[in-house]
Structure formats: structure tokens, C-alpha cells
Design a binder for this molecule. Structure first.
Ligand SMILES: [Ca+2]
Ligand SMILES: [Ca+2]
Length: 239
């Protein structure tokens, strides 16, 4: 007679605990921020180093070099390694040219682009950041930035959270247009270019549903075990 209430309580506590843990896991997953693409240039090429994206440039190939980098804005434990190093070029022909990075933001919002940069006194000293919603037309964002003479420890950050069109967009693209170089060997280095965002809540909708499904499955299991136990007890009580 005394066994029944204890049995029921001991089975209920673990189920409630499991349900609470599942809800907690679902809630914490909704707030995760992710790096969508990172270029650390440590392998001295334009290929993306973490995540996915493509980086291209209209700067003359002879003026696309790699030189000592920085840990400023480095991610995932990346070492300083190399940095992208762009020169003004013959007759400073590279003024007005750019680097463009195409990064799909599907499933993400609150897009932020950041990087470390430094420039020599005759390098590009008036650089305009732009974004694109279709990968074709680019729109100026913020004022032109002047690279410091050393990488330092503070990256340049463009928060694009207010640009709703950049959210969940497979054609999102970003560009830096270089200007102001006054010599062919004037240089601007860039390192640790990062595009990051926050998982969009609507993309999480299936997860709570899965949790409920799992929870109802666990509830079913609990009922089944309870029924089985009652049946077993009833059988034991039979003379
Ligand atoms: Ca680097
Ligand atoms: Ca690379």
C-alpha cells in the first residue's frame, strides 16, 4: 500500500527535470551568434579560412601581396600570420578599386563586418565600406575610414543590424573601395575580416516543436511504464 505513492513521485521528478533541461537547451540555442565567414590570410591567399564566402578584388594582381599580420580581431585562436597587403600600383591606378566579399546570410540577422587594418603614409587613406543586397549594386555605409599606421588592438567595425535587407539574404555582399594612395608602393594591410550574425528566431521555430514532440514522446513513455507497472502490481496482487 505504501509503495504506490513513492513509486509515482520518483518517476515524475526525472520527467519534469528532463522537460526543463530540454526547454533550457532550446532557449539558449536561439541566442547563439556565429561567424559566417573569416579571412585570416595566414595561407597567403584570398580563399575564406573559416565559414563560407568568396573574396575577389579589382586591384591589379601585381599589387595584391601578403605581409605580416596581427591577432587584432583574430577568431578561433588564429595566429597573426599573414595579412592582405594592397599597393597603390603604377600611377596609383588602384585608387577607386576594391575588395568584395560575398557572404550568404541565410538564417542570420544583425550582420556585423569587422577587420583589422593599417596603412603607410602614401597608402590608401580614404576607404569606403559598402554593402549590397543583390551582389550587384553597392551602397555606401558610414564615412570613409583612414587606416592607422599600425594594426593596434581595436578593429574597425560596421554594424549592419539596421539594414533589414541584409538579413537572411543569400546574395549579401560587402565591399571596401580604396582611395587616396599617393605612391605606387603605398600600402594598406587588412587582416581578420569577419562577417558575423545572430541566428534568426524564426529559424528556431522547428526546434521548440521538436522539443514538444520529444517531450510528448517522453510523456507517452512515462504513461506506458506507469500502466505496465500498475498491471504488474495488479498481477502480483492476484491470488
Ligand atoms: Ca592573419
Ligand atoms: Ca585563406
Amino acid at each position: 500500500m505504501f509503495i504506490t505513492p513513492d513509486f509515482r513521485r520518483s518517476r515524475r521528478i526525472p520527467f519534469n527535470l528532463i522537460f526543463a533541461v530540454l526547454l533550457f537547451v532550446a532557449a539558449s540555442r536561439a541566442a547563439v551568434a556565429d561567424e559566417l565567414a573569416v579571412w585570416n590570410f595566414n595561407d597567403s591567399n584570398l580563399n575564406v579560412d573559416h565559414g563560407s564566402g568568396t573574396l575577389t578584388t579589382t586591384i591589379a594582381a601585381a599589387n595584391v601581396l601578403f605581409a605580416a599580420g596581427t591577432t587584432n580581431n583574430a577568431r578561433q585562436g588564429d595566429i597573426a600570420g599573414q595579412a592582405l597587403s594592397l599597393q597603390g600600383g603604377t600611377s596609383t591606378a588602384n585608387n577607386g578599386r576594391n575588395i568584395t566579399f560575398n557572404v550568404s546570410t541565410l538564417g542570420f540577422s544583425n550582420i556585423v563586418v569587422s577587420f583589422a587594418t593599417q596603412g603607410t603614409s602614401t597608402g590608401f587613406n580614404s576607404n569606403q565600406f559598402q554593402y549590397s543586397l543583390d551582389g550587384i549594386s553597392f551602397i555606401n555605409f558610414g564615412s570613409p575610414f583612414i587606416p592607422a599606421t599600425a594594426f593596434g588592438s581595436v578593429p574597425i567595425i560596421f554594424s549592419l543590424a539596421a539594414i533589414a535587407g541584409l538579413n537572411d539574404n543569400p546574395n549579401a555582399a560587402f565591399r571596401i573601395v580604396f582611395n587616396g594612395a599617393s605612391s605606387s608602393t603605398g600600402t594598406n594591410r587588412l587582416d581578420n575580416i569577419v562577417v558575423e550574425g545572430t541566428t534568426i528566431d524564426t529559424a528556431e521555430v522547428p526546434e521548440p516543436a521538436s522539443v514538444l514532440l520529444l517531450a510528448s514522446g517522453l510523456g507517452g513513455l512515462y504513461k506506458l511504464r506507469k500502466r505496465k507497472s500498475v498491471t504488474q502490481k495488479a498481477q502480483k496482487l492476484k491470488p
